[in-house]
Design a protein around this ligand. Sequence first.
Ligand SMILES: [Fe+2]
Ligand SMILES: [Fe+2]
Length: 196
Amino acid sequence: MNATTGTTDAIVTIERDHGRLRRLVAAVETMLEEMRAGTGGDIEALVAFAEYTLDYPELHHRPLEDRLQQALLARAPELGAAMAGLQATHESLTRQARALATMANNLADGAEVPRPAVIAQFAEYAAAQLRHMASEEELFLPALRQRLDAETLREIGAEMAERADPLFGAHAGDRYEALRRRVLDVDAAGSLSGGG
Ligand SMILES: [Fe+2]
Ligand SMILES: [Fe+2]
């Protein structure tokens, strides 16, 4: 859709997604803090977060990384063991995301799920995502930058540029509006307390 997406370097897209996911995780952690303190608890926004984890991160971000991983292994087969570790983390994040979505559906249906269990499951997923992004940025992205040429990175970026992010993208819809507002609130609070 966007005339510039076809020329986007795939690593730039990965880094942009990570930046957005970190903002989202910060918003979720703020909501979890409020729940722990008993001062709030936006279950609807948490349910939306659980849904979102199965959407863009699973349907776009991870396939883009899978595609890059294939291209990297074709040129650097000695990275097989490191890439297998990354793949195992992807699979465990998918299992966690599915479990979150199941719990969120139960909550939305009015099931009584003990609040500490809700908080713990969301907090574990959020922490796992942060660890995973940090390890990709430390090992995976530099290896991609080193071993894949700029044209390959652009080609892969263009192949995968079709899907818009339903929470952060320019065409974000109503579905995640409440969650999007929470992210913007936490962004604003962070930039105020961070002193610019
Ligand atoms: Fe990943
Ligand atoms: Fe990633």
